[in-house]
Design a protein around this ligand. Structure first.
Ligand SMILES: NC(=O)c1ccc[n+]([C@@H]2O[C@H](COP(=O)([O-])OP(=O)(O)OC[C@H]3O[C@@H](n4cnc5c(N)ncnc54)[C@H](OP(=O)(O)O)[C@@H]3O)[C@@H](O)[C@H]2O)c1
Length: 248
């Protein structure tokens, strides 16, 4: 049996386990199993990596950076982001780290802009939040040659604060919510931007996928902006993980 799974802590409800279990059933993949490995301390990883048949792991909070010392090499996505959410175990024992959030975001954004018939050229992005997900997003924006400005609750050399956003909205058409604000059960909450300034030129991408339409998206749509939630990114990063694990 080929073994796959997710490490993190705590692991309560996992999109990945449901996704891969459904996929294995749907596609008749009977030689593979996807398990949850709840791991409070990453020091338990070397023992897990000895599991017979283990081909690949997803990595979630809090271990996306902590797994780096246990890997033999990183692909370009993981190097750019500085974090790993997919590990591939090669037949020769080599452990390679990837960041499939980078691929999922980049592909979903390109696909969305194509359906909107919106060229990348001239587009500028405001990235709301500076956590792990934002690092995958900004790496993808860099590779797509979309200039961006990070927005944070705290001012740093590389960030502006939310009270500086009103002056930027005419210049930055793409707004990407990389904060958890608006996620179930806090569905009434929205990132602190001036929604009344949004127009049909604006594009609002929310990494949040639960609920499917966040207040951020809803308030943007009311002003004529195009909106997109994080579900496609989530699916694409899972499919990318699967294609990574199939390489040998
Ligand atoms: N769709 C997908 O495939 C996908 C993939 C990864 C993550 N996500 C989602 O993306 C979101 C962010 O993930 P993450 O791992 O980067 O989370 P995180 O590290 O917990 O938070 C991201 C950033 O959001 C900002 N933030 C946190 N709480 C806030 C609040 N109450 N008000 C305003 N800003 C706040 C913080 O930035 P500042 O301190 O700089 O303000 C924080 O660094 C989550 O909702 C996650 O579920 C979706």
């Amino acid at each position: 049996m080929k073994q796959y799974g997710l490490i993190g802590f705590p692991l309560t409800h996992s999109f990945s386990q449901r996704y891969f279990t459904d996929k294995f059933g749907r596609e008749g993949i009977s030689d593979s199993q996807y398990s949850l490995f709840e791991m409070p301390d990453v020091a338990a990883l070397p023992a897990l990596l000895q599991t017979p048949g283990l081909r690949g792991l997803n990595v979630t909070i809090p271990h996306k950076q902590a797994v780096l010392p246990f890997l033999d090499r990183l692909d370009a996505s993981a190097s750019k982001v500085g974090a790993v959410n997919v590990i591939r175990l090669q037949d020769d024992g080599t452990r390679v780290g990837y960041n499939s959030d980078y691929y999922g975001f980049k592909q979903s954004l390109e696909d969305w802009l194509t359906t909107l018939d919106r060229p990348l050229a001239g587009l500028r992005a405001l990235v709301l939040g500076t956590g792990g997900a934002s690092k995958a997003v900004t790496a993808a924006l860099t590779d797509l040659a979309i200039p961006y400005q990070s927005v944070s609750r705290s001012k740093t050399a590389s960030t502006v604060t939310y009270d500086e956003v009103p002056a930027l909205l005419s210049e930055y058409a793409l707004l990407i919510n990389c904060s958890p604000v608006g996620t179930y059960p806090h569905t009434d909450e929205v990132p602190a931007i001036p929604y009344e300034q949004l127009t049909s030129r604006h594009l609002l991408y929310d990494l949040v996928y639960n609920p499917a339409e966040t207040q951020f998206m809803k308030r943007g749509a009311e002003r004529g902006a195009a909106t997109h939630n994080g579900l496609r990114m989530l699916e694409l990063q899972a499919e990318k993980a699967w294609s990574i694990w199939q390489q040998q």
